[in-house]
Design a protein around this ligand. Structure first.
Ligand SMILES: *[C@@H]1O[C@H](CO)[C@@H](O)[C@H](O)[C@H]1NC(C)=O
Length: 391
């Protein structure tokens, strides 16, 4: 199964210079992945033709097969298996979450398209929706603001609309971001802090998402959990993130820019390893209460939650670089410069006590250990040995 993933993910990366293309490629890849998820590896030509249309009995059988839990494995929480619709399953966090759910025996379907979503809900009574599809990245928002509004606001509303209309309504878990803390200077960041000073359009669209979630919870009784991810990194990560392109540039001998804040303040991030994030996502699904509404009508108050998912130990970017230098056995050519005003903030630090209490979330991978796994994957992946299974 894992072998099927790499061609699409590689394709996505080769278009990396044009992030809009990446976005559409991801959606396209999500569609293809959805169809491949439960396909035998020796897909015959006529089955391939059937797989290209998403209507009819064959398509419905495939959706049902993919979303049907595997009865042989035991559920982690003793309340039976779940059927989870994962959006953004071709993206970084989504592909890890979808595979982990599948491995423990839950049924997983994935897609990001409103018409398809309605059709999917006709076929499967999803118990949960894990909404991870989004336009990510703080800096790219200055170049293509419309893509953020399209995915993070309009796309989120499409998902909530489909969920509120479904009968029974699924519980929704979705990806917000640590960037909602914006210019907040009180550290560590706690869910109770004010989040009304976003520093980028990306942050503003995620904050808008949290407010939209509040409205759908209030009007329709949808059970909604927003997860504020803090600088997620690891194998199959996003090439536009610093740890990723630093690795690439250090290996190439290309100079890297290390930004510092006002008064030579060092820039630091609460880097969170992907496996810890996946555990937080699954714990959110497992603790989500059912939505109370039905077919668009609220029957009573429903759960509305927000959690920080961080590592709770900020690391300065200079330390990130020195770890990479050791792992890559190569000295970086460092250019220290003042941070441009492009939406990035100087410092992030999660208070995770709420997630710890309610989700038993406890990150176990520090930056040194996580980067070691990332670098091993990176070197292997880019050595041309792309047929290997990484999962
Ligand atoms: C973290 O947040 C909790 C509430 O969730 C609060 O009680 C605690 O004081 C906070 N810790 C710090 C160090 O700010």
């Amino acid at each position: 199964m894992a072998g099927d993933w790499s061609p699409f993910i590689q394709r996505r990366w080769s278009f990396f210079q044009t992030p809009r293309l990446i976005f559409w490629m991801s959606i396209f890849a999500a569609l293809l992945l959805f169809l491949f998820f439960h396909s035998p590896p020796d897909l015959s030509p006529d089955r391939r033709a059937l797989a290209s249309s998403w209507d009819g009995h064959s398509w419905e059988r495939r959706v049902l097969a993919s979303s049907r839990p595997l009865s042989k494995l035991s559920a982690s929480d003793g309340r039976g298996h779940l059927s989870v619709l994962v959006t953004g399953a071709a993206g970084f966090v989504g592909c890890h979450v979808a595979l982990t759910l599948k491995r423990r025996g839950d049924g997983v379907g994935d897609i990001n398209d409103a018409a398809l979503l309605y059709k999917l809900f006709d076929v499967v009574a999803f118990t949960h929706v894990m909404h991870l599809a989004a336009q990510a990245g703080v800096r790219y928002a200055m170049h293509n603001p419309g893509s953020y509004v399209h995915s993070n606001i309009a796309g989120l509303v499409s998902v909530f609309e489909v969920c509120k209309a479904a009968n029974p309504q699924p519980a929704v878990v979705w990806a917000s971001s640590s960037s909602v803390y914006g210019l907040n200077s009180k550290i560590p960041f706690s869910e109770k802090d004010q989040t009304d000073k976003p520093a980028s359009l990306y942050a503003a669209t995620k904050k808008a998402g949290e407010e939209i979630a509040h409205a759908y919870n209030h009007i329709y009784g949808l059970s909604i959990t927003g997860l504020r991810f803090f600088t997620v990194y690891g194998p199959w990560g996003r090439p536009d993130m610093a740890y990723f392109f630093f690795t690439k540039d250090i290996l190439k001998g290309k100079p890297i820019s290390i930004f510092e804040g006002p008064h030579h303040q060092s820039v630091a991030r609460d880097f969170t390893y992907i496996d810890d994030i996946v555990k937080g996502c699954l714990a959110s699904i497992d603790t989500a209460q059912q939505s109370t509404g039905s077919g668009g009508k609220k029957m009573g108050p429903a759960q509305l939650r927000v959690y920080n998912l961080g590592n709770t130990s900020p690391v300065p970017v200079s330390k990130l670089v020195s770890i990479l230098e050791k792992l890559l056995k190569t000295k970086a050519k460092k250019h220290v410069q003042p941070m441009p005003r492009n939406g990035d903030v100087v410092y992030t630090h999660a208070n995770i006590s709420r997630a710890n209490q309610e989700l038993h979330y406890k990150p176990t991978t520090d930056l040194q250990a996580g980067l070691k796994k990332f670098v091993r994957w990176y070197l292997d992946y880019y050595s041309g040995n792309r047929k290997r299974l990484y999962w």
